[in-house]
Design a protein around this ligand. Structure first.
Ligand SMILES: Cc1ncc(COP(=O)(O)O)c(C=O)c1O
Length: 414
């Protein structure tokens, strides 16, 4: 009965997890309305639904302005450009994130500088970030990762003391609050993604939040081929840029989904806390610490740390295979440190600004981030948020599957 599923035993969970994304009649109607209106695109920008959604999403996160865009990669690029980041400027980033966080600085000809993460939250460590500051540092991009919010108090202080632009990468964190205030509104700019796997999605899409009028004007301009906006004539010079506009289909879907964001967030939050209670009792498993200043928790991925010593020395990746076999989909190498990623072949030939700091290419030699390395290759286990949309009985099954593997780990390790 207790034989591991990966070795041919019965699965702990032999049913279905909730689908993602979800949709209903309201979404269908919203899309049909756009179809029948024949007003499908992003131009004139911001178009009607994009404007309406941006205002509602910004208000929900306590920011004065929202600027929709094509995805959550270009929003980071636009944020950097709007903030005046130039060739050769250094931008401090976490290496434990999707490549876009460090890719955006590269694409604006700036230089990403990798600082290590906090071992308890896996977000950029404020101390490591401070130690990485040089005379060339101009901006800092902490990522709110998985279900952790970066220490926004520390980063705001750091930005103020060193006169840096603070850009929150909130691609994982729709609806979260820090000290009662929406994420994305603590820094100068906040960037969100609406890609398929995210907590709010229109298939693709992104938004930039800011409460600074001038930054908002610049973001609008960079999203819209450098055009001056109607009603934004005080922005004197137009800039050179591309077309990063969102379509009305995406904006309509996001508008239709927005009322569900808070109830869905609450459900995941309740399940995340319940799961944490269960996992805390399993030797060798330690969920990431939730900072008490997180007043609304958003969980894009539930992350826990796996300690192989308590599992008969079973390596993390084998544990993840065993967990998937028990019917609990999980990821180990969800992210690798960006400077090691095959998706990050950044060379000085193409991006000369990196040469002075890194030589001919960014690679494993370019950073020393042992905590991120340990998380990426040994310790982190990620559970995607649709699992947290299930009920308590399913959370019990997740814990049961993990505990079963711990008890029978020797069967697998041998
Ligand atoms: C932390 C982070 N930043 C940025 C992005 C980029 O967003 P998009 O996929 O919408 O371009 C992602 C998407 O996976 C992400 O996870």
């Amino acid at each position: 009965m207790d034989k591991l599923a990966i070795l041919g035993g019965p699965k702990v969970f032999d049913s279905f997890w909730p689908d993602w994304p979800v949709y209903g009649e309201r979404d269908r109607q919203a899309l049909i309305e756009v179809l029948e209106s024949r007003n499908w695109g992003g131009y004139p920008a911001p178009n009607q639904r994009a404007r309406e959604f941006a205002a509602a999403f910004a208000a929900a996160h306590d920011a004065r302005h929202g600027i929709c865009a094509a995805n959550g990669s270009v929003t980071l690029e636009v944020a950097l450009r709007a903030a005046g980041i130039r060739a050769g400027d250094e931008v401090i980033v976490t290496p434990y994130t999707w490549i876009a966080t460090a890719g955006a600085p590269v694409l604006v000809n700036a230089v990403p500088v990798f600082a290590d993460i906090d071992p308890d939250t896996y977000c950029l460590s404020p101390q490591a970030a401070e130690a990485a500051i040089t005379a060339r540092t101009r901006a800092i991009i902490p990522v709110h990762l998985g279900w952790s919010v970066a220490d926004l108090d520390a980063f705001r202080q750091l930005a103020r003391r060193h006169d840096l632009v603070l850009i929150e990468d909130c691609a994982h964190m729709h609806g979260a609050r820090w000290q009662g205030r929406g994420v994305g509104s603590h820094g100068h700019l906040g960037s969100f993604s609406f890609q398929s796997s995210k907590l709010m999605t229109a298939g693709e899409g992104g938004i930039i939040l800011t409460s600074d009028d001038e930054l908002a004007q610049k973001c609008h301009s960079y999203v819209n081929c450098g055009r001056k906006e109607p009603g934004y004539d005080q922005f004197a010079g137009s800039v050179f840029s591309g077309n990063y506009r969102i379509t009305e289909f995406q904006a309509a879907l996001l508008l239709a989904r927005l009322p569900d964001l808070e109830p869905e967030r609450r459900r995941r939050e309740e399940n995340a806390h319940y799961l944490t209670k269960l996992l805390q009792d399993i030797e060798g498993i330690s969920p990431l610490r939730v900072d008490e200043r997180v007043t609304h928790l958003a969980a894009y991925q539930y992350i826990f740390r796996y300690h192989q010593e308590a599992f008969a020395g079973l390596p993390r990746d084998r544990f993840v295979e065993a967990l998937c076999a028990e019917g609990v989909p999980a990821d180990g190498d969800f992210y690798v440190p960006i400077y090691r990623s095959p998706l990050f072949p950044v060379t000085a030939e193409r991006f000369p600004a990196i040469r002075e700091r890194y030589g001919e290419a960014i690679g494993p030699h370019s950073a020393s981030c042992p905590v991120a390395e340990r998380a990426a290759y040994q310790e982190a286990v990620w559970l995607h948020h649709p699992l947290l949309m299930a009920g308590r009985a399913e959370m019990d099954k997740i814990a049961e599957a993990i505990d079963k593997i711990r008890r029978r780990a020797a069967d697998l390790a041998s």
